[in-house]
Design a binder for this molecule. Structure first.
Ligand SMILES: CC(C)(COP(=O)(O)OP(=O)(O)OC[C@H]1O[C@@H](n2cnc3c(N)ncnc32)[C@H](O)[C@@H]1OP(=O)(O)O)[C@@H](O)C(=O)NCCC(=O)NCCS
Length: 178
């Protein structure tokens, strides 16, 4: 397990799946804001790749996030679109509603940076989020990500176009938490 602050990143377990489906992916507003596409329900038997991890998939590494104290599942974290030629990847995360706003998001971004830069020897990490997602913007900026641009009206979210912010962090800029 990879740890940072109060959280750990571990492999997806079968009993994580119904919790993540109910609390993250069945939430229409959360899904529509975080997924970059239209919400649609996931059936319980589905092998939806957001929930059921394919260990052979080279372009994406998916983690379940747990509280270190007690080991309770609190969300998901992903390194995706891993490009081994340009040595870059994107980060993504989603926490269960009851666990947000407690500093875990900042810790999860730190753990993803460690995985990307130290374990995978990447040179650049990127994050995209809606411009009104202060918690995500701050979680990234607290770890050294800088805003590189705004994609104006790039996301259709439940009846309106919203701006997205692109953030980037280079390996030499990253200061691991002590
Ligand atoms: C985005 C998310 C991962 C952030 O994690 P979090 O644990 O809630 O964030 P933290 O508690 O670490 O807070 C980080 C910063 O954001 C601020 N913040 C947290 N929630 C906030 C809110 N609702 N409004 C404004 N600021 C907020 C905190 O005060 C903190 O600021 P600081 O660094 O200046 O002290 C989490 O809120 C989440 O899963 N949201 C829903 C899914 C999502 O949006 N995922 C990202 C898609 S790109």
């Amino acid at each position: 397990m990879l740890t940072s602050g109060k959280i750990g990143l571990r492999a997806r377990h079968a009993d994580d799946i119904p919790v993540l489906r109910a609390e993250l992916y069945d939430d229409v507003v959360n899904s529509a804001r975080a997924e970059g596409g239209p919400w649609r329900p996931i059936t319980p038997e589905s092998k939806d790749p957001r929930l059921v991890v394919d260990d052979q998939e080279q372009g994406r590494v998916q983690f379940s996030v747990v509280e270190l104290e007690g080991g309770t599942l609190i969300g998901t974290a992903t390194l995706w679109d891993i490009d081994s030629h340009n040595r870059c990847a994107h980060i993504g995360l989603g926490l269960l509603p009851s666990t947000r706003g407690k500093g875990y998001g900042t810790d999860v971004v730190a753990a993803l940076c460690h995985y990307g830069f130290v374990v995978r020897s990447l040179q650049r990490l990127q994050a995209e989020t809606l411009s009104d997602n202060t918690a995500m913007l701050r979680s990234a900026e607290r770890n050294g990500f800088v805003r590189e641009g705004v994609l104006r009206s790039s996301a259709w979210v439940l009846g309106e176009f919203l701006d997205e912010v692109v953030l980037g962090l280079l390996a030499h800029e990253w200061k691991p938490a002590g």
